[in-house]
Each structure stands twice: as C-alpha cells, then as structure tokens.
Design a protein around this ligand. Sequence first.
Ligand SMILES: [Zn+2]
Length: 106
Amino acid sequence: MSDSGLEEPAKTLLEQLPFAAHIEHAYTLRETALYGGADHIVGEKEGRIGLIHRRERDALCKPRDRFWGLNRGGEDHVSSCWRCTQIAAGASAAPESVKTSAGGPL
Ligand SMILES: [Zn+2]
C-alpha cells in the first residue's frame, strides 16, 4: 500500500518524546464556542525535564492540581497547548535533559 504517492506521516511530537506521555484535555470554567480549553501533554511518570519537575500524570506545562479538569479522551495525539509543545520539543531535542527526580535516566 505504498502507491498513494503520499509520504508516511511525520512522527508526532508525542512519539518523539524520550518518555511515555499522552494527551489530556483540560476543560475550563469559561469554556465557550470560541475557547474550549486545550489539549495538554501529560507525562506518565514522575521526572524532570531540565529544570522542570513533574509528578506522575502532571501536564508538562503545569501540575495536574492546577487544572480545573484534566481528562483523558479521544485518540488525539497532538497538543494544542503552546507551553506543553515547547517543553516537549525541548525534551525531544535534548533527551539527556530528561531525568527521574533522583537524577537518573527516565
Ligand atoms: Zn499544557
């Protein structure tokens, strides 16, 4: 099935990450037709990315308890959160910056 002329889709940022992560949708109190929260990248294990420390199941951009609601849903693999995307891009570009909180490789 390679005669479509289309190239393989590029790996998503999530697939390039040096640690297990998934997307969760953050709802907001002011969810409207124009603003429906964002899809954040959630790490599955506690660890550090450079100077950022995240516990298990925290979003990359901020801890889970700072969200009003953060729920796994759908099969979307693309984050719409600018900050999560920036942090994930940095982690992919420099996997050596990703460590467990004890300092070892994640
Ligand atoms: Zn985020």
